[in-house]
Design a protein around this ligand. Structure first.
Ligand SMILES: [Zn+2]
Ligand SMILES: [Zn+2]
Length: 603
């Protein structure tokens, strides 16, 4: 189903509230610091900010004072009154406010709005006044401050920000706040923020010994620790199983190739900024690969193909390297080396819908498995003005492939929305947005339909009439990269992975030293049965051993004391708090193996 058009944020009541609270905040700040030069204060996702050029720094403690004054202003029930003015009148009002004067110049010239953002038409110049505060503003606002709930906003942080985002300009003070309709909404939001902090994959990745970054290795180049290695092995096993069933063939390709290949693919020179610089060997330039596609194209072209062979699905967990600015690196979410759940499907046009839906099916199976309930696919289309520049110059093919994707999504009942003018160079692009268990949004992977590059690589197959044709290519990566997927899963599960994914599935805990040998024997049996198990034979007391297993979020603990050892039994404590005393080891093993083989989310 195509999603009904949502209410634009700019048209929502929340937007008006946040915009209005930003004005109230600016008024309070101006009262405390009368020499302040104020700049812009737009609503943003979940809240608002305002950038000030302050005579002296504000600290977190000041925010409370400002909030308190804001509540008084709100209680005054002031109306927000709009007034359309000439540039001259506006300059008179803001004669002591240099930033506003700069913005008025922009408005007068046209081409930018009151925040300095590009604008197609020349805007009218308007002011909004409430109580003693007047802003250069296009609105919208709530009618009066009475419509702001004084218990539903909070100033959250202070940051530095350059005027107009340009590092050559002055550093301003940005005060962030959040505002909601009701105190409950505010409370839920703040709780979500707290929860998100506790689930931060960078923190969990360290605590659970999943990955590290090492200065001497380099930024954006993660080292996977043994626990991370297990997660990756499990994800690859999953992908291989699913792809085997779906008729993919696995290939392997080198990490570096000659420059020519990337010139042919069109990555060079346009994509050079995102690639590592070349290395020269025997007078030839080699690049580390930013993607696997060109090599897969070469594998497709390695023999002659007939319509009988189609489709050809080539899969590889390929390692790629991309240059990201150090300031843009972010944990596992933005890295410089990555392993991608990559595959390329070469198909005939009449096979496209079925192949495309096969990919969507894979996605749905993964979403099901990981309990991802909310997702949406964004279909990015070409823009007419960009043909021949941003986009391959073939409007007929664009319209045709876009319609093919649209029809496939509609027929497959996939929630999606269309975005104009954001496609890839060589075809429409599908971004998959998913939401984690606590509602945080992630962009997981991009699928692309490629109707141009196969021709550049001279790819062809013989059709039924004995005529050569160029295949379509679908680029897909449902499990994204290991880096992004593990980052997402850490936050989604808060580190408490289902049994099949857990790096350590069972920890055997002897109550006292005499049971150590019995515990080690159990570990051997569990490992023999394919379970990842270890025993804690440290000198710690039992409770401390249990606590350390809980900290590592181990799903099963088997406590063995003298009674258990004598009866050849175990006492099971499950991560979810349930327990089962004195059960035969075999009974536990049957349960655990069942959960693992079905990749169950049950404990
Ligand atoms: Zn405003
Ligand atoms: Zn590709």
């Amino acid at each position: 189903m195509s999603e009904p058009p949502e209410e634009r944020y700019e048209d929502s009541q929340l937007y008006r509230i946040r915009h209005s609270v930003a004005h109230v905040m600016a008024q309070a700040v101006l009262e405390f610091y009368p020499e302040t030069k104020y700049t812009i204060g737009p609503p943003v996702e979940n809240g608002f900010y305002y950038d000030f050029d302050l005579p002296r720094p504000v600290v977190l403690e000041d925010l409370e004072r400002i909030e308190k004054r804001m509540r008084q202003i709100i209680a005054g029930n002031h109306a927000f009154i709009k007034k359309v003015v000439s540039a001259k009148e506006a300059r008179q009002v803001f004669k002591d406010q240099p930033y506003k004067l700069e913005l008025i110049d922009g408005l007068e010239k046209g081409g930018t709005d009151e925040y300095g953002n590009p604008l197609a038409e020349k805007p009218e110049i308007s002011l909004y006044q409430s109580d003693t505060f007047t802003d250069l503003c296009r609105g919208p606002h709530v009618e009066t401050t009475r419509l702001i709930n004084p218990s539903a906003f909070k100033l959250t942080s202070i940051a530095g920000a350059y005027w107009r985002g340009d590092e050559h300009n002055k550093m301003l003070t940005r005060i962030y706040g959040t505002a909601w309709r009701t105190p409950e909404e505010l409370k839920n939001y703040l709780k979500m923020v707290e929860e998100a902090k506790a689930r931060d994959h960078r923190k969990l990745g360290k605590d659970l010994e999943i990955f590290i970054f090492e200065d001497e290795v380099g930024p954006g180049l993660p080292l996977w620790l043994p626990n991370g290695g297990i997660l990756i092995d499990e994800l690859e096993r999953l992908a291989k199983e699913m792809e085997d069933k779906a008729g993919y063939s696995r290939v392997r390709t080198p990490h570096i190739t000659k420059e020519d290949l990337f010139i042919r693919s069109g990555h060079l020179p346009y994509y050079a900024e995102s690639m590592y610089p070349p290395m020269e060997i025997e007078g030839i330039k080699y690049y580390v690969k930013p993607m696997n596609c060109p090599m897969h194209h070469k594998i497709f072209a390695s023999k002659s193909r007939s319509y009988r062979d189609m489709p050809i699905r080539l899969a590889e967990y390929g390692t790629c390297y991309r240059y990201e600015k150090s300031g843009e690196l972010f944990g596992l979410m933005r890295v410089r080396s990555m392993q991608m759940n990559d595959a390329h499907i070469y198909c005939m046009e009449e096979q496209f819908e079925q192949e495309f839906m096969g990919v969507i099916d894979l996605y749905k199976k993964y979403f099901d498995l990981f309990g991802i309930e909310k997702y949406i696919m964004r279909l990015s289309l070409h823009g007419k003005a960009g043909l021949g520049k941003k986009y391959v110059d073939n409007e007929r093919l664009w319209i045709k492939t876009e319609e093919m994707v649209r029809r496939a999504m509609l027929n497959g009942d996939v929630p999606f929305k269309e975005v104009q003018d954001e496609a890839a160079f060589y075809g429409p692009k599908i971004d998959v947005q998913i939401w984690s268990a606590i509602g945080r949004e992630f962009t997981l992977a991009t699928n692309q339909v490629d109707f141009a590059v196969p021709a550049r690589f001279d790819l062809k197959y013989m059709n039924k009439e004995g005529v050569e044709e160029v295949p379509l290519c679908i680029h897909r990566a449902p499990l994204s990269t290991h880096e992004r997927m593990v980052g997402f899963l850490l936050e989604h599960y808060a580190g408490a992975f289902p049994v099949w994914l857990s790096p350590e599935q069972v920890r055997v805990i002897p109550v006292t030293d005499p049971q150590n040998e019995y515990a080690d024997g159990i570990v051997s049996q569990l490992r023999e049965a394919g379970l990842r198990a270890s025993s804690d034979v440290s000198a710690q007391r039992m409770n401390a051993k249990i606590r350390s297993a809980q900290l590592m979020k181990v799903p099963y603990m088997l406590v063995v004391g003298e009674n258990e050892a004598n009866a050849n039994q175990v006492s099971l404590r499950v991560r979810d708090g349930s327990r089962q005393d004195n059960i035969p080891l075999l009974e536990f093993m049957t349960r655990a193996r069942d959960r693992i083989s079905t990749r169950s989310s049950q404990m």
